[in-house]
Design a protein around this ligand. Sequence first.
Ligand SMILES: [Zn+2]
Length: 158
Amino acid sequence: MGMFDRFLPKKKPVEIKNNIPKEKESIKKSFGVYCNKNHGTKGEKLCPKCTALLATVMTKMNRCPYGITKPICDRCEIQCFGDKNNKMFNEIMSASSTGMMFKHPIMAFKHKMASMSVDYSKSKQEKNEREKAEAKAKNAAEKAKAREEAKKKKEEKK
Ligand SMILES: [Zn+2]
């Protein structure tokens, strides 16, 4: 270790951050905001329905097929909580977003950023797939053209 090493950019192995604990916290707070407002509860004590749904969500998150690389639950394509629960969960997450901005602005902001990054990677993926499909179509068209020309030449020879 030279004495100037600390001025050099550190080479760190690529590490995947585990955002699940933070997302759980953010979901809990969102449920609190929603339940307090809509179900007449106070503070962290939620109504039985919200408590049950929250428990299901927390359990499912631990078994997420994506592992720690998971997208945020309210933007996930799988949504593994079950039909009725998914609907309720999405409603709670979207209805509480404004309240979250006031009560837990940093958390709400981070959640918003995570949501935007899901959009970004989705649009990037869609673009890749579109380009692939276009290239494939072009390739197929060129092949068809070549076949057509070969056929013409053959017929001319006759
Ligand atoms: Zn509730």
